[in-house]
Design a protein around this ligand. Structure first.
Ligand code: F6R
Length: 590
């Protein structure tokens, strides 16, 4: 949700650097972009609705300046437009903002009484006006920013330039912000990938930190001492390698990501992950695909590990009544580690003294830092907005956690079978990626208006994710139902050639789901079956056969064909696969 960057460079190439950093944050929002920099004793702003590439066309990279701030937007307050694009400038203050100010309307009314007039519909312009007003009676910028923090309610990461001061300033609360450090430059950025072309050294800023950067940097927050981290992962952020889209590249990274996790954590007869067998109640919380992993985990834990698990959508969990016992744990799943609702849930649960565990991708992200314990899924940066490798990596960790409980309870006697499957897992996934004619299947369905997914229990959880992938990148309406539910209403939507995609892997419900498929086929549906069973292919319109593996590994592999089907359907429709409309990858607003 919006990306902000600021650069203070020893060389006078801040415009080039700030834009190159900003491009790595475009996953956070891409409906407008802008830049501001000191120029001829004023702060010049250039901003534009549309992608960063549109902004670039308006920039003169020959302009010499050692300081710049920039923004890429995912609209929250006010539509995407040139006027609502950041930076916003009022008087001597120019800012870029990620977050939402909850008392903006109230503050705006007060400022209007003081003769401030607003051009945009944004809460950010209100912050700029407030800051300008606070500067009227105070020349000390740190004291002004402290006063600002007291007045703002909500979340913010701000990059700030003052027309009467050479330094670059930043403040943050409940929105992520890092400070990047290299020999020649300092950076502020919403996320680490932004700075990696220039440095891998960074500090994770904490709430209420006020940063001043000129020849050096200083963090004001009760004499804060912050550790300098080194980003270890080597990753070419600029390269899709031979792939036309990051999504396809990331799908192809899954064999290695999954194998590496399994190999790391399942060694000899040990599963080197936290022991959850001591908990009698496990809540798993996430949003979107992360919530879908919680549903998968629920069925694994309950069916094979005899452990009650509840899966929750974070934006519901935080407002509902939750029940905990002394033996409860809450697990928070997040690729970005910054999703606002998931983070709020983690804080809330922790305050109640309940054990918390984070399963996240982004190193040192807020959710990772907030929870008592963290397991990193080590998938590497995920650039495509639609998650693929992070989803399967989350499932891999959750499957291992469930397996560990089952093993400890004696429900699984030996790990030999699963270890045997793990030796083939890479080849299995590579086969699923390369040897199935997804384009042929996609051609059958890509022009349809509605596509249905069905499955039971764990297959339903997988179907939900397949359907989400399809709708988010291809814009085709899609719904998922527990297979037995169709005849309770939805079957009325089935007409001649309606695509119905059924996931059939779970032993106990195979025959039942097959019956449901026959019911829709009898009403004209075009059915596609994803299965690890030997079914009579003639009975179905298309069968995608996946190998049968250990039940704890099944969900890791069964999603792969649905990711690729969604990808090729979107491609045939000419969609912007890596940056689907209306979406952003890191959802830092509630
Ligand atoms: C779908 C997708 C989203 C995310 C969700 C949570 O492809 O990527 O549904 O899964 O926004 O994001 P994280 O995992 O960063 O908390």
């Amino acid at each position: 949700m919006c990306g902000i960057v600021g650069v203070l460079s020893k060389d006078k190439d801040a415009i080039k650097k700030v834009i190159s950093c900003l491009k790595h944050l475009e996953y956070r929002g891409y409906d407008s972009a802008g830049v501001a920099y000191p120029y001829n004793n004023e702060i010049k702003i250039i901003k534009k609705q549309g992608r960063i590439s549109e902004l670039e066309k308006m920039l003169d990279f020959n302009v010499e300046t050692n300081c710049a701030i920039a923004h890429t937007r995912w609209a929250t307050n006010g539509k995407a437009s040139d006027t609502n694009a950041h930076p916003h400038q009022v008087g001597k203050v120019t800012i870029v903002h990620n977050g939402i100010i909850e008392n903006a309307d109230e503050l705006k009314k007060e400022l209007e009484k003081l003769n401030y007039h607003f051009k945009s519909e944004t809460d950010t312009e209100v912050i700029a006006a407030l800051l300008d007003n606070l500067c009227q009676n105070d020349n000390d910028k740190i004291s002004v920013l402290q006063k600002l923090e007291q007045k703002l309610k909500g979340s913010y990461a701000l990059g700030i330039l003052f027309s009467d001061d050479d330094a670059l300033y930043a403040v943050k609360k409940d929105s992520p912000l890092i400070l990047g450090i290299s020999d020649d430059d300092y950076f502020i950025a919403s996320d680490v990938p932004a700075i990696l072309d220039y440095t891998n050294k960074y500090i994770v800023l904490e709430d209420n930190d006020i940063v001043k950067i000129n020849t050096d940097y200083h963090i004001y927050n009760n004499d804060a001492k912050r550790e300098i981290h080194h980003f270890a992962y080597t990753y070419d952020l600029n390269s899709k390698a031979e792939f036309p889209h990051y999504m396809l590249k990331e799908i192809n990274e899954q064999p290695l990501v999954i194998y590496n996790l399994l190999d790391k954590y399942l060694k000899d007869d040990l599963i080197k992950l936290p022991d959850l067998s001591k908990y009698d109640q496990i809540d798993i919380v996430g949003c979107g695909s992360a919530y879908h992993t919680a549903l998968v985990a629920k069925t694994l834990f309950e069916e094979y590990s005899d452990t009650k698990v509840s899966a929750y959508v974070a934006s519901e969990y935080r407002y509902q009544k939750n029940f905990f016992s002394p033996h409860s744990i809450a697990i928070f799943i997040s690729q970005s580690g910054e999703t606002a609702d998931t983070l709020a849930c983690a804080r809330q649960v922790k305050e109640k003294g309940v054990a918390t565990l984070a399963i996240v991708n982004a190193n040192l992200s807020s959710i990772a830092r907030e929870c008592d314990d963290v397991i990193y899924i080590e998938a590497g940066p995920e650039i495509a907005v639609a998650t693929t490798k992070a989803y399967t990596a989350q499932i891999t960790i959750l499957s291992l956690l469930a397996l560990k409980v089952a093993y400890q309870k004696g429900l699984v006697q030996s790990l030999d079978d699963i270890k045997q499957d793990i030796t083939h897992i890479k080849e299995i996934i590579v086969h699923l990626i390369n040897d199935i004619n997804y384009i042929k299947i996609a051609k059958k369905i890509y022009q349809r208006r509605d596509i249905f997914f069905i499955g039971r229990l764990i297959d339903y959880a997988i179907a939900l994710e397949g359907s989400l992938k399809l709708k988010e990148i291809s814009y085709i309406h899609s719904e998922t139902y527990p297979a037995g539910e169709l005849k309770h209403g939805t079957i009325s939507l089935i007409e001649e050639n309606s695509p119905v995609i059924a996931v059939i892997t779970y032993d106990k419900t195979i025959d039942k789901t097959i019956s449901n498929i026959k019911e829709v086929k009898a009403r004209g549906a075009y059915n596609i079956i994803l299965t690890n069973q030997d079914l009579d292919n003639e009975a179905f319109d298309y069968v995608i056969k996946i190998p049968k593996v250990n039940a704890f590994l099944d969900p890791i592999i069964s999603i792969i064909p649905l990711q690729l089907l969604a990808y090729y359907v979107a491609r045939l429709n000419g969609c912007d696969i890596d940056k689907p409309r209306n979406l952003a990858k890191s959802v830092t607003v509630e």
